[in-house]
Design a protein around this ligand. Sequence first.
Ligand code: FAD
Length: 337
Amino acid sequence: MAGLAAAARARELGAEPLVLEKGDRAGGSMLLSSCVIWRYRSLEAFQEECPGGDPRLQRVIVDQLDAAIAWLESLGAPVVEHDTGNPRTTGKRFDPAGLTQALVRVIGDSSVRLSDRGQTPLQTANILCTGGFPVRLARERALLVRSNPWSEGDGLDFALARGGEIAGDLDEFYGRAMPALQDLEEADFVRLAQLYGKHAIVTAHDMSERFEGEPDWSETRLVQQIANWPDGLAWYTVHSSWLDLKIRDRTIREMIEAARAAGGVVEEHDAKISVLVRPGVTQTLGGIRIDEHARVVGAEDLYAAGADVGGISNGGWSSGLAAALVFGRIAAEQALS
Ligand SMILES: Cc1cc2nc3c(=O)[nH]c(=O)nc-3n(C[C@H](O)[C@H](O)[C@H](O)COP(=O)(O)OP(=O)(O)OC[C@H]3O[C@@H](n4cnc5c(N)ncnc54)[C@H](O)[C@@H]3O)c2cc1C
């Protein structure tokens, strides 16, 4: 998302951008996402939800996101819903394929160069937008990958080698509790997510741990907690009287049945039903330190945007697409100024 937003803005400003994409398609994790681009309603709320994030960067998102969303609409990106359905937040839901196409149309097809060998020369890049390192983190911690398959931390490594600094905790991630399968298909990322942690008794798979207290609304901290438990596994146990409760567009029963049908471990006992879950890493929250102008702190003439950047959502979760969009645009403007 960040790279396409930066390149589209650069084209609009009269430059000739080149997007070097490591994967075999444009769009990154954005293309796989639910594509709700949102912000908290105020900086104070943002700070409260993500206390580990830098308020200077959070303020930029609060101040600039609405205009950035209007810009996407002006480029013809199709809006699917005009609000988020979450009273804490404001934003819009786009069609991810339509949004990708709209940005590529502005950039120009021939200026988005896909790699067929999984390698790109970052030395020629001045704006880093490689999507953080969800794949690497999932591999290192034996968790599931719930992101595009190419984001391995190349941007972070490159920035650090150039003198860049780190912001946020590199162990922190945004993810979802998924059925504990061997791995996940992209088509299952949304379909199989188990979003009822706050209605479940959550215990480590060997019963050595139990989650106490109320999970945060996005269940990000809950999922991170599970990742620290033995084998990164947990049971979500729900009383049968909760099964018809609707969360977003699905009931708990539907989520459990989707897990069962996919081959997940589901056990029933004493009017309760338990699902074995493992975190799927969607986005890393630690990364490159930038300033309000998307400049990499410590490295000259280098900009970064999107999940390559740390220190925005730490301690909670805020829209990764919003950060990618806002700082992608800013990076292009600054690189050309
Ligand atoms: C299932 C799912 C649902 C989600 N739902 C939402 C949602 O509703 N709202 C929200 O805000 N966020 C959501 N997200 C998160 C959102 O997709 C990310 O926050 C966002 O895509 C981050 O943007 P980015 O540009 O940093 O990374 P990406 O969009 O992943 O783009 C990074 C790109 O860099 C490429 N790349 C990696 N390494 C290199 C390299 N060395 N050289 C060149 N290219 C490289 C990758 O192939 C990729 O195309 C969701 C994610 C998933 C997977």
